[in-house]
Design a binder for this molecule. Sequence first.
Ligand code: ASP
Length: 333
Amino acid sequence: MRLLLIHTGGTLMMRGGDPTPLEPDVYTRDLVAELPVLRKLAEIETKILYNLDSADFQPHHWVELAETVHASLDRYDGFVIVHGTDTMAYTASALAFLLPGLDRPVILTGAQKPLADVRSDARTNLVDACHLATTRIPEVGIAFHSELLRGCRATKLDAWGMKAFGSPACPPLAELGLGVNLAGHVLAPRPRASFDGRLEPHVLAVRTFPGLDPRLLHGALAAGVRGMVIEAFGAGNVPRLENSLVPVLEAARAADVPVVIVSQSTRGAVDLTRYHGGVAAARAGAIGAGDMTTEAALTKLMIVLGRAADETGGRASAARAAFAASWAGEISL
Ligand code: ASP
């Protein structure tokens, strides 16, 4: 078994903290040299791609990371990516969509406390990630706190506890106890696809709240936003009386700017037929994203828009078709 361990940064290898802020350590020590037990699992090569707090990740980092994995697929049986927890769910979602033809594991992991800390969760998470990367799970997953979550379903739920991630709409792909219990919904291997890193980053995510002034969204349209994700209430409802969002949704449709609706609720799904606020949004052209996370909806929208740039038929219709399909198990259909 040969694994590629890609370091991108995050708390796992940070130093400092209390009272100074944690910051990326100078990456002088090889993680595998630090944890030689990893060699018992596989032959592991390390690549240091970045050493960033993941709050500083940008979409071009996702593309470079995905391209690195894609270019190495034939040389390694599995991939482990060490990443900060703050934006790990965005990166995992982007990778799931940028690597559609996966036939081997791509496992992200990180830690709530640096490896050097006595009470660190880094060692377990890293060992679990490397172990999972030697299995035949052909998915982009997040290994954290003895669970493997589907990357494009995960979200960071906890900034204090050791179980940083949850995947409210999709059970874990695997649970690690004395052994490893694999779930039945792990995807089957998919045939390899050529790499397409096109992506449109000029999108906006907006949370609806009582009092949201729709003129701010008209301003975003005027400023050239190419797509929007609206985190609506409950089943996908938006205000339609005072401060109605319906006119701005209609303006977006007229400008061929797709608007995707996700829910602020962590459980349940968007259903734009259930209340008048959802029906009005759908009539104005909004696209319901079912039980997708905001992270998955945003990254998928960026990728769809990147590819729609030279497609005929319009960006909104490309987005509508894409959100009606599951690319990597990101939505329950
Ligand atoms: N700020 C850190 C990061 O995302 C947090 C972490 O790694 O847990 O890089």
